[in-house]
Design a protein around this ligand. Structure first.
Ligand code: CA
Length: 227
């Protein structure tokens, strides 16, 4: 699998190149927007990681040019600021996912692998689907079998994590760090309570139960499970 990384900060670029190479990818690193776009247009890649803030041509302009040329290259962009406008614009332009800097390398790797597993880009980007469940990342809306489900922001974040890691058993400690930004404290049952509430909203009334408890390990969202 060959990846294009466009990142102007030398340290971050080198860190990404080394980490992704060690993870088994072939990596081309471009340090400015023009080089990045040129490579993206002329070479074959399985996925591109684009920094938004770049000298010359920014990451969103690269993405726009790629999409206008008909390229379906999966794109994950990196934004330094958690600006809603950047996120919305990126997803509207056809990015497949984004990460806010600073991010954990393990998280980037997990997102890249998920996108690669997904294979061909889903035409309506900004949406995640598992079975009949759909998340609209732009509007923070959730529906199941076409029925709108109201979630709190935390519940949405929790569900988004499950959907992005579909099929993976998520330990409580991971959920705590990703959704609550806290270290897991075994005295608190906040995770269990939140998952139970989410599950009631997502699964009650449906034959196919998406969220399951894996005893002693954590929780998993799985669209193919029998119950
Ligand atoms: Ca940058």
């Amino acid at each position: 699998m060959k990846l294009l990384v466009v990142e102007d900060e030398p340290k971050t670029g080198e860190y990404l190149r080394r980490g992704l190479t060690e993870a088994g990818f072939v990596v081309d690193l471009a340090r400015d927007g023009q080089d990045g776009l040129h490579l993206g247009m002329t070479e074959h890649y399985d996925l591109a990681v684009l920094d938004v803030m770049l000298p010359g041509l920014d990451g969103l302009s690269i993405l726009k040019a790629l999409r206008e040329s008909g390229s379906g290259l999966p794109v994950l962009f990196l934004t330094a600021r958690d600006l809603v406008e950047d996120r919305v614009r990126g997803l509207e332009l056809g990015a497949d996912d984004y990460l806010v800097k600073p991010f954990a390398f393990a998280e980037l790797l997990a997102r890249i692998r998920t996108l690669l597993r997904r294979g061909a880009r889903q035409p309506a980007s900004g949406r995640l689907r598992v079975a009949d469940l759909e998340l609209d990342l732009l509007r923070h809306r959730v529906s199941r079998a076409g029925q709108r489900i109201d979630l709190t922001p935390k519940e949405f974040a929790l569900l988004e994590l499950f959907v992005r890691r579909v099929g993976e058993v998520l330990p409580r400690a991971l959920i705590a760090s990703q959704v609550w930004d806290m270290n897991f404290d075994s005295d608190t049952n906040v995770i269990d309570v939140a998952v139970r509430r989410l599950r009631a909203k997502i699964d009650d009334g449906f034959d196919l139960k998406l969220i399951r408890t894996v005893r002693g390990m954590g929780y998993v969202l799985d669209g193919s499970a029998a119950g």
